[in-house]
Design a protein. Structure first.
Length: 402
């Protein structure tokens, strides 16, 4: 009988204490080396605690990839809620990622959902949702601190409805009470050129620019994760320095976390107990670009399913490439399993092309004649099992929120 691989996995000795600490979405209790930025945010928002409902703030946070923009906003959110709760001030902190909720409608719908305000799915315009939001905040005496993260991903900047403008005008003129402050996060201000001039100037009132971390700061941050996520002594301090140097140009902490995670995975797969220089170099060389940049989140659900199917086939067969027709078959099986209607062939093909354009897969077509044409898909980056796990998690998250 085939080995029960599930049992084998269950009893495997992992070098991780908890792999979750290497997830990009994990927010550490201690955000270090960003104290000045957190102090600045506290100065900007202190009036929300001193004189609640009397003021509205707009702040823009900007800086390069993976240097803690999202992390400091969330950390500040925690601080704000603690201070508000202590004084019985009803403040809600809602963090929306515009890469995921791409349209004005989706963003506002998600804000209302997070506030537990139920809205019928259809028949409402974004302007209606703004009115619903305003009424809800007013009647429940709630002050909302809204974060629009990765703002440049909003798709319909050019439509007649300006979400930023509308949100920043959520107040009650009669009683001069305010109900909303806004924090927007962007990597690059120039990406906002689609926005209305006046909106840009509104947003540029308070700008918080995050500088890159120094090498020693990167080492401290990575060590914080290693302490929590790995068994003791798995990775030498000098390797952490090496990784920090490697990523210091971009300052992208996410890259560093992925290198460590991959190096440990490779070490485990080789049955070794300590990470050596070889595994570090291997992990640096084969860093999956998609995971570095969190690019998987721009995939549609069916593109995610397709990529997942390719990883399954490659892992199952231990082969370097898989045939289009096999992908198609397996994709249909997986769709059936998740009670999803599979896309038609042309759409599957288009989705594969998108995956190729995102540099996630390679497609090679070998054709003697049109009839005998065969297309193979492969994934360059390894380890594929990490990619497979990541996709599995994304699909599960999707199923939970469906
Ligand atoms: N000062 C810090 N202390 C501890 N962890 C940090 C710190 N800065 C960043 N991190 C961690 O690094 C990772 C990347 O940070 P984050 O997601 O906040 O970057 P970002 O600037 O929002 O990137 P992007 O532009 O891609 O959205 C996260 O896992 C975060 O927890
Ligand atoms: Mg971010």
């Amino acid at each position: 009988m085939t080995l029960n691989f599930l049992e084998e996995q269950y009893y495997r000795k992992s070098l991780f204490l908890n792999e979750e600490f290497f997830e990009v979405s994990y927010l550490p209790e201690n955000i270090i080396h960003r104290e000045q930025e957190l102090i600045m945010l506290s100065k900007i928002f202190i009036k929300l605690i001193e004189t609640p409902f009397r003021i509205s703030r707009k702040v823009m946070i900007y800086g390069d990839v993976g240097i803690g923009k999202t992390a400091i906003a969330r950390t500040f959110g925690r601080m704000l809620l603690l201070s508000a709760n202590k004084r019985d001030i009803k403040i809600e902190y809602v963090h929306i990622n515009c890469r995921i909720e791409k349209s004005n409608f989706k963003i506002l719908n998600q804000v209302l959902r997070k506030l537990n305000c139920t809205v019928p799915i259809r028949g409402y315009s974004p302007q209606d949702l703004i009115t619903i939001l305003q009424d809800y905040l007013k009647s429940n005496d709630i002050y909302l601190v809204l974060v629009l993260d990765e703002l440049n991903h909003i798709q319909n900047f050019n439509s007649n409805f300006d979400i930023i403008y509308s949100l920043t005008r959520l107040n009650d003129i009669d009683t001069s009470r305010y109900f909303l402050s806004l924090i927007v996060i962007v990597r690059d201000i120039t990406l906002l050129r689609n926005l209305d001039e006046s909106t840009i100037s509104t947003l540029q009132g308070s700008i918080l620019t995050l500088k890159k971390y120094t090498i020693s700061q990167i080492v401290d941050i990575l060590n914080g994760r290693i302490e929590k996520g790995l068994k003791k002594g798995i990775i030498k301090e000098s390797f952490v320095h090496l990784i920090a140097e490697k990523i210091s140009d971009s300052g992208d902490i996410r890259k560093g976390l992925n290198i460590i995670r991959n190096a440990v995975k490779i070490t485990e797969a080789r049955g070794k107990s300590h990470v050596s220089c070889n595994e570090i170099h291997h992990a640096i060389k084969n860093l999956i670009p998609s995971l570095q940049d969190d690019a998987l989140s721009i995939l549609t659900y069916h593109q995610t399913l397709l990529l997942y199917v390719i990883t399954i086939l490659l892992l199952e067969r231990k082969e370097k490439r898989v045939l289009f027709s096999d992908i198609q078959k397996k994709y249909e099986e997986i769709c059936f399993q998740y009670e999803e209607i599979p896309k038609k062939n042309t759409q599957i093909w288009n989705n594969l092309q998108s995956l190729k354009n995102y540099t996630l897969i390679n497609i090679k077509t070998i054709s003697k004649n049109v009839k005998g044409r065969k297309s193979y898909c492969s994934i360059n980056s390894i380890p594929i099992d990490i990619l497979n796990e990541e996709l599995n998690q994304k699909i599960n998250n999707f199923l939970l929120t469906r």
